[in-house]
Every structure is written in C-alpha cells, then in structure tokens.
Design a protein around this ligand. Structure first.
Ligand SMILES: [Ca+2]
Length: 524
C-alpha cells in the first residue's frame, strides 16, 4: 500500500520538479529547490543547505554539532484540521549511507525530535521527525479536535514517512535502499503502530519501551494515582518511602536469579510483599510503611483489576521500580508523589469524556475501559498479527527495562508472547521479531543495570546481512566510566553467569532459557 502511495506522491513531485542529479549541479542548489516541490496535502515551508557546525534547534538552548546537511521544513494537512509539522534532513550525496531513518517522539511531546535526528544524521542517514500534529506535551490539544488525536495516534508518523521518502528521492535522485524507524516510549508505540498498520513503511524497526497498549496503560496511571492518594488528593507515599520499598524488594529478590548482583532479573518472579515493611508497634515510621502505605504499594504492584470480576486488566508496576535513582522518572515519583493529578488524566477529560471537570474517582474500570477501547482505537497499537510485516521481510527489535514503571515491561513481554501465539510459535516469531529485556534498566535508559546499547547496528546487520541478534551488549556507566557490561538476551532467554570471570563483564554470561539455571554466585 505504501509503495503505491509513495509512487503516487513521487509522480506528483516529478510533475512539479524533476530530481536534479549529476556533478554539474551543487547539492546546495538541489537542496534549495526542494522548497518548490508540490506534493498533495504537503507544504514545503523551507529548504536550506546547512554548513557543518553547531545547529541550534528551535526553542532549545543547547546547540548540536552536526555535519553538513540539507534541512527541509514542511507541514502536512491530511485533514482540514491537521497541522503536522515535520523536518527532513538529508546528508550530501557523498556522506549519505543510502538509507532513511524515521525517528520517534516521547510522551505526548508535540515537538520535533532534534537530538534523535542528529544521531541518525551523524550515522549518514537521511532522517525525519514530526511534532505529531500539535505543540507541547499537554493533551488539551485533543479537545474538540478528533482528527488531531488520530494524527497523534498514528497518522503523523505515516504521513511523515511517506513524504520524507519522496523528498529524499528528489534530493538524491533515488529512493533510500533501506528504511528504518527508531523510537522509545511513545516512539516505541509509533514503532509498533507502523509495524501493524503500515508494514511496508519500514524494513527495520527499533521499538524501545513501546507504549503501544496506551489505553490500558493510561488506565493504569489513573489506578496508580488513585491508589496512592487520599480522598483530599494528598499523597500517601513519599519519595523516601518509595526508596525504602525498592531497597527491600531488591534485597528480597536479587538472589532469586542465582546471581547476587544488585539486580532483579525478572520482577514477575519476585515474591516481595510490601507488607514485610509494615511498621511494628512503636517503630520509627520513617523506617517502615503505615497500613495505608502498605495497601497503596500493593495496589500499584498488583495493577488494574476489574472491580467486579477481579480480572487483571493491566499489569502492575514492577517490583523494584519504586524509586531507584535521583531523577523523578527513575521510579514512581513523576507519576504519583510529585504529581497533583494523575498523569495523562487529560486523555479522559479531553479525548474521551469531553469534560474538563472529570474526576478520576468516577472512573469505572470495566465500563469505561470498554468505552475507551471502542472510541479511541487509533490511540493504541495492540494487533498481535504481524504477518504482513514479516512477509515483506521486516525485522523488529524491541527492548524493555525491567525497572520501567512508565511502560511496564511485563506488558511488553505479554505482547511478545501474544504475537508468538498468533504467529505460530516462538520460532516463527524470533526470525523477524526479538524482544530484549534489561534487568535494572528504567524507562528507555538509566537505572542500576546496564542500559546503554546499540540496537540500530544490530538491526542493520539483521536487515542488510541477515545476521539476527543473539544478544545486545549493554553497558552501565558512572560519570562516563563503564563499570559493568552485560548481554541483553532475546526474550524469553536470560543472561546466566557462567560461573567464572567477573560478574561485571559481558563475556562471563551466556544467554540461556530461563529454566536452565545451573549456576550460582552469592557475592559481587
Ligand atoms: Ca540478581
């Protein structure tokens, strides 16, 4: 479908302005001419050759150092209410790796992802990013603008992708050889949406912490907030209490994976119960949990349940993810203790119920979930049948941090298992889609576990050379100095210590099935 659409757009582009190629025409001339492109529903606002050096993204204080590139700024209006801004950056022909990389967004972030574009450009990619059709991170944009919600949900990325391919063709005289999409969080949602809705768009996709189960994930934000706040809105838990819980959860479950390394390998197997921290009579309350605090933590760990039937509607937040670092995002703080209202409550106020005074306490987790899934299908990407993407030769690398409370990794693993079931088994899934899980990693990065790795190179190897990734080597650093490396393994495999060598060296580990747990080591 995409090729037909791209070809249609391409013809429209050629009618207006034939591609300029050949040594007699400078790249700068070709770049400037891109502003004259006419593509249906697209306005190319500007195109200019940017010299190598510092580039100051709009609205940003920090300049980014970049190689030379052609910068194209455009607006797409696929509906009368759409206003989708996007940019396409194209390296000079001699610096181009012949490929295209679309990059994703975070949260409801209505802004172009300049740092991600910069990373792609430095690798020689032509690249594109969109503001998803609105400005800022506030979900109020959806009030009275259902088409803008659809733009955010899936359309902006697809339109950007199709158009960017045509613009790159016009700049370079040919289509990119391969196209990749790279994103985390909302970007991971966009990645999954592309694989499901537009399988022809990309040859390879990196989906980090994919928030593709967005509707249920948002219900979980309501659940967790309601569970951790009194009726008057005051928080039941403090940051220090959350840190207490993480410390106790890690102490309880670290060794369960056979290696005492400060990391819980898989929090689904962690039997830690917040009740173990309950204050004993006469205890200093700063060192333990009061009964309401125990109940609040348990509810968040347990996740969203249908209050009538007890059915699990969405996973809880992982044990060990409560507060594992100084930043608010390294734990639950950003979503419960620091927030005066539930994160993303605007989805209910502005997208679903159209009532700015809607009260989270009125949420019916059975009736309203069914209503949301019926009314907002464009806001999630939960189709488990990836047959079209597999058939076109697509490859998908997903990753998840086991300490991520924002996009709970249990849900990412459950989706993977669901796809495997739909696709005829794990073997028929791992030949095109692999999920890498990272113990001790937070949301997209960070955390006490190794959390930096190069998924793009692994994906290039898979797509271009047919070499499937058997592991990703991840690093953990303190002040820029690597202090631990560890393989991340394709789910459901886990990294098991071989019994010899440093536990801080990746070479001391092998990826094995989780039931094969032959080795022990009890001290670091
Ligand atoms: Ca451990």
């Amino acid at each position: 479908m995409k090729r037909r659409m791209a070809a249609g757009l391409l013809m429209a582009g050629i009618l207006a302005w034939a591609p300029i190629t050949g040594p007699s025409v400078s790249a700068g001339t070709a770049c400037a001419n891109l502003a004259a492109l006419t593509i249906p529903n697209i306005t190319v606002n500007a195109s200019a050759l940017m010299a190598a050096g510092p580039f100051s993204p709009p609205g940003s204080q920090a300049p980014i150092s970049l190689p030379a590139f052609c910068r194209v700024e455009a607006t797409a209006r696929p509906t009368s209410d759409s206003e989708i801004k996007f940019e396409v950056w194209i390296p000079p022909v001699e610096a181009w790796n012949g490929k295209f990389q679309g990059v994703g967004n975070g949260g409801y972030q209505g802004s172009i992802s300049y740092p991600a574009m910069a990373a792609a450009l430095r690798r020689g990619y032509a690249t594109a990013s969109t503001d998803t059709g609105h400005t800022g991170d506030d979900v109020k944009f959806g009030q009275g603008h259902p088409e803008k919600v659809i733009d955010y949900g899936w359309r902006a990325i697809h339109v950007m992708t199709d158009t960017a391919k045509v613009i790159v063709h016009n700049a370079q005289g040919r289509f990119a050889d391969k196209s990749y999409f790279v994103g985390c969080s909302a970007g991971g949602h966009q990645a999954m949406s592309e694989a499901q809705r537009f399988p022809d768009d990309y040859d390879g996709i990196v989906a980090g912490a994919p928030a593709n189960n967005r509707i249920r994930q948002t219900f979980a934000f309501m659940w967790s907030w309601a569970a951790t706040h009194n009726a008057d809105g005051t928080p039941i838990l403090s940051a220090s209490k959350l840190a207490l819980v993480t410390k106790a959860a890690v102490a309880a479950c670290d060794a369960h994976d056979t290696l005492k390394d400060g990391l819980i390998e898989d929090p689904r197997k962690c039997g830690f119960d917040a009740a173990s921290l309950a204050c004993k009579p006469g205890a200093d309350e700063s060192t333990c949990l009061t009964p309401p605090q125990v109940e609040a933590v348990k509810k968040v760990h347990d996740g969203v349940k249908n209050p009538r039937t007890g059915e699990q509607l969405f996973t809880g937040w992982p044990k060990g993810s409560e507060n594992f670092g100084d930043a608010a995002i390294q734990g639950w703080r950003q979503y419960i203790t620091d927030s005066r209202e539930p994160s993303r409550v605007g989805v209910f106020k502005y997208f679903l119920f159209h009532d700015p005074n809607w009260d989270v306490r009125s949420l019916d987790y059975e009736r309203d979930l069914a209503y949301a899934e019926q009314r907002l299908p464009h806001l999630h990407a939960v189709n488990r049948d990836l047959t079209p993407f597999k058939k076109r030769g697509g490859k998908l690398i997903a990753y998840a941090g086991w300490m991520d409370p924002v996009v709970p990794p249990q849900d990412t693993a459950a989706y993977y298992e669901g796809v495997a079931k739909t696709m005829g088994g794990l073997d028929k899934t791992r030949d095109f889609y692999r999920l890498f899980t990272a113990p001790g990693m937070g949301h997209c990065s960070g955390g006490p576990g190794p959390n930096q790795f190069d998924a793009v190179t692994a994906l290039e190897q898979w797509v271009e050379k047919g070499v499937a990734p058997d592991k990703l080597i991840a690093t953990h650093s303190i002040n820029g100095v690597v202090d631990r490396t560890r393989p991340l393994c394709p789910y459901p495999q886990v990294a098991r210590y071989k019994g010899a060598g440093s536990i801080d060296e990746a070479a001391s580990f092998a990826c094995v099935a989780p039931e094969a747990a032959p080795v022990r080591r009890t001290s670091r």
